[in-house]
Design a protein around this ligand. Structure first.
Ligand SMILES: C[S@@+](CC[C@H](N)C(=O)[O-])C[C@H]1O[C@@H](n2cnc3c(N)ncnc32)[C@H](O)[C@@H]1O
Length: 327
């Protein structure tokens, strides 16, 4: 990705924030038209020259958006993300949002913190779900005796494998029907996938995780939330502040367009019904998973920690812990 320019809050015109807000709510033809025409009007101005997409011609972004919108098969859409962009890098690495350094860093820190807290040296068997190009898997494998990374897109697995030194075993498979035997893993992770699953897929996803997690094992789900109202409605959040990754998108209209492409490829743009908080609680309780930590910081980096631990589960459900945090 080219050099990052992060505009200050007061440098972002309200029109951009309005479009960003709209793209998080409903993506329709009018929004695509509005964002593309704003990007066209920016062409040749300093605004277009300063964002992270300054070396990506608008026409190629528009063409990619059209192809992604016209492709119903999510696997083929992710194959598009692995094509080379005009600057020679893969679209997956060029378009901010397919993966996030901040989320990956936060997950690694939290997982290391957990190890220290539990007095453990490392993990026996790790599993990363929806691994993409395997960025988190390669980092976590260092602390695991063995590590499996899974994705349903064969081209993604091929790409992940091509940049690895055999520390990870790669597998093509669907997270809603894991091709793995029961109860083998003490660490399971996923980043940037749970938000694109619908209700039925979420249920299958968590059921599979509970099945392959051994007693005492932990699952981490990491995500990046660019939803301004999420941050605002979260304790300690401040909706009047845009976090840096969001401001980076808003450096130019191409940034908004790029994020809409990422959401189209991942399926986040489709109107999907997701489990609400109560349904998630019920599901976790039914599966014997204790939600021992949930976090969403002011930079939009979030994660959830679920443990398959009878003792913690019992304490949590007997009203022992009031804070929701069990250690
Ligand atoms: C937004 S990318 C994140 C990739 C990676 N976790 C990262 O953070 O760099 C989501 C990944 O999940 C994969 N994926 C989506 N749905 C899946 C499913 N049902 N089963 C397996 N992989 C899936 C996609 O192919 C893609 O590689």
């Amino acid at each position: 990705m080219s050099e990052r320019y992060i505009p200050k809050e007061n440098e972002i015109p309200p029109q951009y924030i309005d479009l960003w807000d709209r793209h998080d709510r409903t993506v329709d033809q009018t929004l695509w038209d509005d964002v593309i025409s704003l990007a066209e009007s920016e062409e040749g101005t300093p605004q277009a020259e300063r964002g992270i997409y300054k070396d990506i011609p608008l026409a190629t972004l528009v063409a990619l958006a059209e192809r992604a919108r016209g492709e119903k098969d999510p696997i083929k859409r992710y194959e598009m993300a692995l094509e080379e962009s005009p600057n020679g890098e893969l679209w997956f690495d060029v378009l901010a949002g397919f993966t996030s350094d901040s989320v990956i860093l936060r997950m690694k820190r939290q997982i290391a913190h957990y190890l220290g807290q539990e007095g453990k040296e490392g993990w026996k068997r790790g599993l990363d779900l929806g691994t993409g190009t395997g960025r988190l898997a390669k980092v976590l494998a260092e602390d695991c005796d063995s590590f499996i990374a899974l994705d349903r897109v064969p081209a993604m697995i091929k790409e992940a494998r091509s940049t690895d030194d055999d520390s990870v075993q790669y597998l093509v498979g669907d997270v809603t029907a894991l091709p793995l035997k029961s109860e083998g893993f003490d660490l399971i992770t996923s980043v940037g996938i749970s938000g694109s699953l619908n209700k039925e897929q979420e249920i299958a996803f968590y059921t599979n995780i509970a099945r392959v997690l051994e007693e005492g094992g932990v699952y981490y789900d990491g995500y990046y939330s660019d939803q301004l109202w999420d941050i605002g409605s979260h304790p300690g959040g401040d909706s009047s502040k845009l976090h840096p990754e969001t401001r980076q998108h808003l450096a130019s209209a191409k940034g908004i367009l790029a994020d809409m492409i990422v959401d189209t490829v991942s399926g986040k743009n489709e109107k999907i019904e997701r489990l609400n908080r109560r349904e998630l609680d019920e599901l976790f309780a039914r599966l014997g998973l204790a939600e021992t930590r949930v976090e969403l910081n002011q930079y939009g980096v979030g994660f959830r920690q679920l443990e398959k631990n009878r003792e913690k589960f019992r304490r949590m459900h007997s009203g022992y812990s009031r804070s929701g945090e069990v250690s």
